[in-house]
Structure formats: C-alpha cells, structure tokens
Design a protein around this ligand. Structure first.
Ligand code: HEC
Length: 123
C-alpha cells in the first residue's frame, strides 16, 4: 500500500519536471525506496520494523547471522540500536557501512535516530 502511494507520489513529482531529469529516480537508484521524511516521528511497527526487516534481516537472521548479530525481533533491534545507528550513518563507501553497498535513504536514517531519541518505543 505504502509502495503504491510512493509510486504515485514519485510519478506526480516527476511529472512536474522533465521526464529525463527526475531527481527522485536518481536518488531512488542510490538509496532504495525512500520513506516519507514527514514520517520521522512515526513509530516502530509503522516505520522502523518494516525498514529494518527490508534492509537488514536478510543478512542478520538465521543460524549464522552476519556479524554474529541478529536483527529480527523488537528486543534485538533495541539492543543493537546505537550500534546500528552508527553503522547506517557511515558514508556508503566507508568500511563497515550498513547495509553494505546499499546505503539507506537519509530519511530512513533520520527516522531510526528519531526512534532512538524518542525512547525506542514498541509502538
Ligand atoms: C548484505 C548483508 C548485510 C546487510 C543487508 C546488512 N548487514 Fe550488517 N553486517 C553484515 C556483515 C557481513 C557484518 C560483519 C562485518 C562488519 O562488522 O562490518 C555486519 C555487521 C553489522 C553490525 C556490527 C555488529 C557487531 O557486533 O559489531 C551492525 C550493527 C550491523 N551490521 C547492522 C546492520 C543494520 C542496521 C542493517 C540494516 C540497515 C544491516 N546491518 C544490513 C552484513 C549485512
């Protein structure tokens, strides 16, 4: 549902510009699907959990998770929050930047930091 909304929003934003010079297309290629920066106050289940699930769980789950770090449950996300923020805030080309080679959209990083500052609520 949210993806559809974003596709529509992106298409309408793009329609304002010429088709060959769509800023959002370029940014999307670099950072993946953006969240709405207006959602930075949004909660765990609406924004944070889906974002971590989409971008981290593939490597940080299972019997032998990468980095020996599980990122699947709320408790695991809470325990690793500061460490994760530090990794996702590194420049994309820096050693240890997460996700490797596929930086999060800056609005996603902002949303995650805001969730921590708000007390890592399970809301
Ligand atoms: C393509 C696989 C992959 C994805 C996707 C990925 N990681 Fe990682 N992650 C790794 C690997 C491999 C390591 C171990 C090497 C290192 O520490 O840099 C690691 C290490 C880490 C560490 C350090 C763990 C420790 O104990 O030092 C953190 C924190 C981390 N990842 C967070 C994340 C977060 C948050 C996401 C999603 C936004 C993510 N990772 C997505 C592969 C991945």
């Amino acid at each position: 549902m949210r993806v559809n909304v974003w596709v529509m929003a992106t298409v309408s934003v793009c329609a304002l510009f010429s088709l060959e010079a769509c800023y959002y297309d370029v940014e999307w290629d670099l950072y993946g699907p953006p969240v709405d920066c207006g959602q930075v106050e949004a909660g765990y289940s609406a924004v944070i959990e889906p974002m971590l699930s989409l971008n981290c769980k593939g490597c940080h789950s299972g019997t032998y998770p990468d980095g020996d770090l599980l990122l699947t449950t709320y408790e695991e996300h809470v325990a690793a929050a500061e460490m994760s923020l530090e990794r996702i805030s590194r420049p994309a080309t820096a050693t240890g930047a997460m996700p490797p080679g596929a930086p999060l959209h800056p609005c996603n990083v902002e949303a995650f930091e805001q969730w921590i500052l708000n007390g890592k609520l399970d809301d």
